[in-house]
Ligand binder design. Sequence first.
Ligand SMILES: Nc1ncnc2c1ncn2[C@@H]1O[C@H](COP(=O)(O)OP(=O)(O)OP(=O)(O)O)[C@@H](O)[C@H]1O
Ligand SMILES: [Mg+2]
Length: 583
Amino acid sequence: MTDRIDPKAGDIYRRLWRYVLPHKLIATIAVIGMAATAVIEASLVYLLEPLMDEALVAQNLETARWIPIAFIAIFIGRGASGFATDASLGYIGRSVISSLRRDVFRKFLTLPTRFFEESSTGPLLSRMTYNVEMVAESVTHVVTVAIRDVLTVFAAITVMLLQSPKLTVFVAIVFPVVAALVGVLGVAFRRYSGRIQDSIGEVTQVTEEIVTGNRVVKIFGGYDYEKDRLDEVDERNKKQNLKLIRVRSLGGAVTQIIFGFGVAGVIYMAGLESVNGRLTPGQFISFFSAMMLMLQPVRRITNVNATLQRGVAAADSLFMVIDEADEIDTGTVTVARVSGHVEFRDVSFCYKTEKGAVLDHVSVSVEPGKSLAIVGHSGSGKSTLVSLLPRFYDVDDGEILLDGTPVRDYALASLRDNISLVSQDVILFNDTIANNLAYGALRAHSSEEVLAAAEAARVLDFANDLPDGLDTVVGDRGVLLSGGQRQRIAIGRALLKDAPVLILDEATSSLDTRSERRIQEALNELMRNRTTLVIAHRLSTVEKADRIIVLDAGRIVESGTHAELLAGDGQYAALYRMQFSEE
Ligand SMILES: Nc1ncnc2c1ncn2[C@@H]1O[C@H](COP(=O)(O)OP(=O)(O)OP(=O)(O)O)[C@@H](O)[C@H]1O
Ligand SMILES: [Mg+2]
């Protein structure tokens, strides 16, 4: 993964801000709504003074009449401003979530194969769900606090000053002490936020593995092992969350106690003021209510840093993915249809430097329309060799040429347009058989063409027996089909693509000899006008290849036609005799 300097929280928030920016108008409504809420709430507590002193104590009829009307107006206003705030903030929150999620998803589509091999699925998935929500929650929370709560505090202070400047000064001394104490507790939050997200990722990972691997778990008695594994990550997650809860609730309790002392002080001072005739009951009620009105906002303001940090940590984990380097796609050559001359020129490759070379100076070329078979022991580098042609990985040394042009010089899309692939592990999507055949760019094909491909790949042989035929849904990764059926769909997909270069990596390994023979006819037909790289353990399927190479630990140890290799009496001949005697 790309090395990356740790960005500052400010940078992350600036970057998040860009996701909010397109919704300026809605954001303005939210700000107006929040400001209105603050002013309206303060007016409410301000009106308690005339309500008490004039309407109730002095029994002034005039006031007794307009006060209820004012209260109705205030509550309507509060309802309206509350709705405007919540609806617009909610809108912005959901919009940020969806654009972030799309950015991460699009990134997943263009990241190099290596990225997925080096990252675990769980954390990647939890980023798409948990972290994205967390970011939006944190953004809206922080914005609410920064605007509504801060304004509410100011408005409340204004009311307090109007009712009793002296008491206000007293509160101004007590409150900062409370706030400072609470702030100290808030610092403890920051340390836990990052790790909690990771342990959610672990929970997702373990769960996903047992869901997908439930058969292995069952037959190999993985019950206890998996149970312990989940218990462990779940325990870790629980402990971290409990720690967070303890810190948070302890903070709350301590705040309450400290606040209690503060309130007692204010009440004492109010008593003194009242005795001296400087404070009416209405002024006191209004003052006290304004102070209470401040309480929640102040608490949120002092805690906002924790939310901010949590959001920053979650956003950072998303931006980390978004900042990953895409597949290198600097080539500019585009060809509608190559003639299909493939050449590996002195190609070396390793997955990880420390694990050593997987391919070691491999040189081989295939004329257009000819076939090259690659045989060799398991792990000798066959799949690796063919995966370099569509540039799932880039070579470390040497060059791969397609029609004489290095594959790196092609625009990736154009290069891949020219290559069809049936890979060793067939990946189907949870969709119908027809849609799996006509996947992606192949969607453009007519249903007749899809049917023809299904016929040629012998997909119809089994699809016709299914109640929905080609419209049968195959389940996650194709679990509702047999291995051979999945393979036939993959072959059909490759047939449909009709690319000049074809890669068959153990394309028929899951089929019985009879089915294989029948598909082989279709494949032979297909291979006729195409450059084909074919990998097979069953040598009967590679006999007819124009050329066969034998790979051993990443080196070509033999090369020639079937007859030549048999005559050479080397590894190939030995392998062949072994399989022949078995049959
Ligand atoms: N994605 C990967 N990351 C790291 N190492 C890998 C990766 N894929 C394969 N290898 C290693 O590279 C070597 C060659 O693997 P490769 O899949 O090319 O073998 P193969 O000849 O296709 O074997 P098989 O006949 O079993 O399919 C093996 O030692 C394997 O462990
Ligand atoms: Mg392989």
